[in-house]
Ligand binder design. Structure first.
Ligand SMILES: NC(=O)c1ccc[n+]([C@@H]2O[C@H](COP(=O)([O-])OP(=O)(O)OC[C@H]3O[C@@H](n4cnc5c(N)ncnc54)[C@H](OP(=O)(O)O)[C@@H]3O)[C@@H](O)[C@H]2O)c1
Length: 187
């Protein structure tokens, strides 16, 4: 399995969430997320699953995989519940998931699940929306992008768009840029 991390973090703090929700949302980023993950597999932690409004989950047109140790979740034809990375790998060769795998396997958070996959070496790419602008007063979950890039040896693949990446949109608080990365394990 080769997985792509999809994350949206604040530039300075790496904030991704507060109190079970995203630290910031922008309609253009929601669209970008939907287009990026369209038709693929989305892998998330149980807390991220809980943060998706009831009527929006499972995420439509994608095969949803939720990691939990508590066993308090139920499977359906579009949702697999796994208690370990090994189970995730097994479930992706299952006929229910197979049609989606060719459109990409995306790790969509939150903090625990990003860390789990980064340590596993199953991640070979990363698509980060970077929010630049306002001070983020409160956050409890982070994805320290620069540290992750350095620690795991990611290379930026869209540097032609400038240091901050491809401009996505801006609102009264932030400008959002997309940065893409790749990693070659074993090189
Ligand atoms: N900005 C972004 O891009 C982004 C993306 C996603 C989420 N978020 C935010 O991030 C926050 C949630 O992140 P989080 O780190 O608190 O939680 P999380 O990663 O979404 O989920 C954590 C849960 O996953 C399960 N889990 C963790 N490691 C596991 C393992 N090795 N095997 C099996 N299950 C495992 C456990 O579920 P059980 O407790 O059920 O056992 C754990 O409580 C929210 O604020 C959310 O809005 C931001």
């Amino acid at each position: 399995m080769e997985a792509t991390i999809v994350v949206a973090c604040e530039y300075r703090t790496g904030a991704i969430g507060y109190n079970g929700n995203l630290h910031h949302t922008m309609r253009a980023d929601t669209r970008h997320f939907a287009e990026t993950t369209k038709g693929g597999v989305v892998i998330m932690g149980r807390k991220t699953w809980d943060s998706i409004p009831y009527h929006r989950r499972p995420l439509a047109g994608r095969f949803n995989v939720v990691l939990t140790r508590s066993g308090m979740m139920y499977e359906s034809d579009k949702v697999a519940v796994c208690s370990s990375l090994e189970q995730v790998q097994d479930c992706l060769v299952n006929p229910r998931a197979e049609p989606y795998v060719s459109n990409g396997v995306f790790v969509i958070g939150g903090g625990d699940i990003y860390r789990l996959f980064l340590e596993s070496r199953l991640v070979n790419a990363m698509i980060a929306t970077v929010y630049v602008g306002a001070v983020v007063p409160e956050y409890d979950t982070t994805f320290p992008l620069d540290d992750v890039v350095e620690r795991y040896g990611f290379h930026r693949t869209n540097t032609v768009d400038g240091t901050l990446g491809r401009f996505l949109d801006s609102d009264e608080r932030f400008s959002a840029y997309v940065q893409e990365f790749h990693i070659n394990h074993g090189l």
